[in-house]
Design a protein around this ligand. Sequence first.
Ligand code: FE2
Length: 202
Amino acid sequence: MLESVKNSGSLASGSIKIGGGSINNFNENRAVARLSELLALEMGVSPATARQIRAAAGLHDIGKQKIPKSILYKPGKLDAQEFEIMKTHTKLGAAMLSSIQGILGEMATLTALYHHEWKNGAGYWGVPSYYLPDYVNITAICDVFTALVTERPYKGAWPPEEALAYILNQAGTQFSDDLVGVFIPLVRNEERVSALFEGVKN
Ligand SMILES: [Fe+2]
């Protein structure tokens, strides 16, 4: 699947139309959640489970509520100490969600805790993502894409094809080849993905 994506021509020639957007006027969590549901469906997950993945994904960054605003909205690169504090939004979120009973509680907790892990173990907590449930890795790639095409205090919104080029480049290190191979065609071809970002202005 990944090979066919790589051989499908220049990434710059893609035709998807997704606007970037301001963090202030665009509900990123909802986009990450819906995109995660669509990716899960594309990977063959049942609709009921895909809805649970959506619910868990919608809570992945809830721990950011407990991160100081001076760090969360810093208009520049975080220094080493600030980055260590930022990383704790995963553990703080997991602690907040762990009291939810049942499978949704488990999914939301693990998604919050591990959504910044990489395939090669270079993520926040050094857990190779192939040890993690698929739904965590689904949310992770959707979170990265949404962050890239969205304006941040420290960067502008990337054009979607540049974001896809980044994700393709991270295949094998940050993300699994299989996940990237499904994700890129989904974003390019699925109108429901474009619709997610409609109305968001650069
Ligand atoms: Fe996060």
